[in-house]
Design a protein around this ligand. Structure first.
Ligand SMILES: [Zn+2]
Length: 266
């Protein structure tokens, strides 16, 4: 019986037509699997399932995800990440106990680096998964070199909204999404130029670990709240309550913007 599998063109190009056709015919597809994105069980006979190919320098691993979590795609990872993924896929050891640490990541084409921290934000009695983005240096508008910091104006032009009250849920931002794969944060995607495929606004050099609590919250909400503030306004906060304090301070100072984004592929 054919499985409800999606094999994207780029996955097919990597694994070859023969393997792709075997998968689609159900010969080599899994029945049950653990979704590589949300890590809850899936069944390729019952629900649409994406094939996700993780490609390292030397090896590649085929994994499966709910189509509602992420689309079928090729994800490039370091060999080290891939070996970790193989261990966690085969041994189901999961990622329990991983602290949610601030991570540094590069922004393509820019001098400044965007620091991204994951945390949970309490809104209306519910915990929402959040990302806090803060550059390591001021951001100049492309083509300018003035002394100002254009980070917030640039984001507001993209549709981020100023936050004055942290208890209000940020509005959605069409076309933007957060790419979570193998239970790790890979990228924040923005609409491609001219309505094309989404492109990375921020991409992790190393996929960012998130806590089990963060992943559980995103499984409930399917939405990530992305907050951004200019360099020097949030800092690296070691605890959730301190992160919240810093966000409230930034909001009170008028230097916080936010948007709600779905997971990529949803
Ligand atoms: Zn899933």
């Amino acid at each position: 019986m054919p499985r409800m599998l999606d094999v994207s063109d780029d996955v097919r190009a990597e694994i070859g037509d023969e393997e792709a056709d075997l998968l689609l015919a159900g010969e080599s597809a899994p029945g049950n699997y653990d979704c590589t994105s949300c890590r809850t069980p899936g069944d390729s006979e019952q629900e649409r399932t994406s094939t996700v190919l993780f490609v390292g320098n030397e090896t590649a691993v085929l994994a499966f995800a709910h189509a509602s979590c992420i689309p079928s795609q090729v994800v490039t990872v370091s060999e080290e990440q891939l070996q970790g993924a193989v261990r966690s896929i085969t041994a189901e050891e999961g990622l329990a106990g991983q602290p949610s640490l601030p991570a540094q990541a590069g922004q393509p084409g820019g001098q400044a680096v965007l620091g991204v921290t994951s945390g949970l934000v309490l809104l209306d009695g519910d915990l929402f998964p959040a990302l806090v983005v803060e550059p390591t240096a001021r951001i100049a508008r492309p083509g300018t070199s003035g002394p100002g910091d254009d980070f917030l104006p640039l984001l507001i032009e993209q549709g981020f909204m100023p936050v004055t009250d942290l208890t209000r849920r940020p509005a959605g931002l069409p076309g933007w999404s957060v790419l979570l794969a193998m239970g790790q944060l890979h990228a924040v995607l923005q609409p491609g130029p001219g309505g094309g495929s989404p492109v990375s606004w921020w991409q992790a050099h190393q996929p960012l670990q998130v806590t089990d609590g963060w992943r559980a919250a995103v499984n409930r909400s399917h939405t990530v709240l992305v907050y951004a503030a200019p360099v020097g306004s949030i800092g690296q906060q070691p605890r959730e309550d301190l992160l919240r304090d810093a966000l409230e301070k930034a909001a009170a100072s008028g230097v916080l913007v936010a948007a709600a984004m779905p997971l990529a592929g949803t």
